[in-house]
Design a protein around this ligand. Sequence first.
Ligand SMILES: Nc1ncnc2c1ncn2[C@@H]1O[C@H](COP(=O)(O)OP(=O)(O)OP(=O)(O)O)[C@@H](O)[C@H]1O
Ligand SMILES: [Mg+2]
Length: 296
Amino acid sequence: MSLARVISIANQKGGVGKTTTAVNLGASLASAGHKTLIIDFDPQANATSSLGFQRDPTRKTAYNSVIMGDPIARVAIASKPEGLDLVPSDKNLVGAAVEMVAMERREYLLKGAIEAVRERYSYILVDCPPTLDLLTLNALAASDSVLVPIQCEFLAIEGVSELLDTLMRIRRTINPSLEVEGILLTMYDDRTTLSKQVAADLRSFFGGQVFETVIPRNVRLAEAPSHGMPVTIYDIHSRGAESYIQLAKEVIANAQKRVGQGTERANSGTGAAAAAGASDGGSAVPSSEPSGSGSS
Ligand SMILES: Nc1ncnc2c1ncn2[C@@H]1O[C@H](COP(=O)(O)OP(=O)(O)OP(=O)(O)O)[C@@H](O)[C@H]1O
Ligand SMILES: [Mg+2]
């Protein structure tokens, strides 16, 4: 069996649909027969509650995995639909971001934790917090690609350009093989000219990096989390459900294309960034975090 494709869902801007995408893309991939793990890597724990898991201080979370070294296999819990697992989060994860600073190879803690379960899943989706802190850096260091949801609103392009610059910096430092899975237009309202204009601008600017699937603004998507289920279970016939099923098809098709191209990524790490020793992390890796870690 092959290794899971690890996809971070990231955008430092808040409320753009990261969690909605992690939960509903994850559910759609699982329903299509691809075993999927969602890692809730945000202390807000919205993905955890969206999947119906109430707060429970006795339950192990991503914190136990990355800080305490508990195997992910023992922290993950089965969710719905069948084939979807979740590594839950809770507010402890705030502490993780702080404790990580003093740890060795602090950007690679999640990557290390994921390694042991990569052959159990086809996809691992990491729901990131709306920050570019050590949690998000860990997610990006552990990922094959990043999926960037953006809301179709004024100044969307500036926000994405900034984020893509950051991603380039991450490729030069902690993860030279990080790809852009795609830019996803979310909360699209086809009744407004603004939505249409922003979508057109993003497509002409970022071209093929933008997913063909567009996620509409849909009340079912907003309601489903309070019922503790993905929209594909809450209301499979809604436009919201249809759009995430469509997105899953695109993600699967892209993965198959990549397999067809064979070892494309074998040549992708030959630049100076790769020479910086990113394959092994280590002390040569610059960090974009304020230093003061004193880690040996
Ligand atoms: N396509 C949509 N249609 C309607 N409501 C949506 C849609 N996508 C997301 N929402 C709602 O918008 C809010 C923000 O979405 P979400 O939590 O997914 O964003 P986020 O990027 O994860 O936020 P944060 O940065 O706080 O983690 C939520 O209340 C969610 O239910
Ligand atoms: Mg979120």
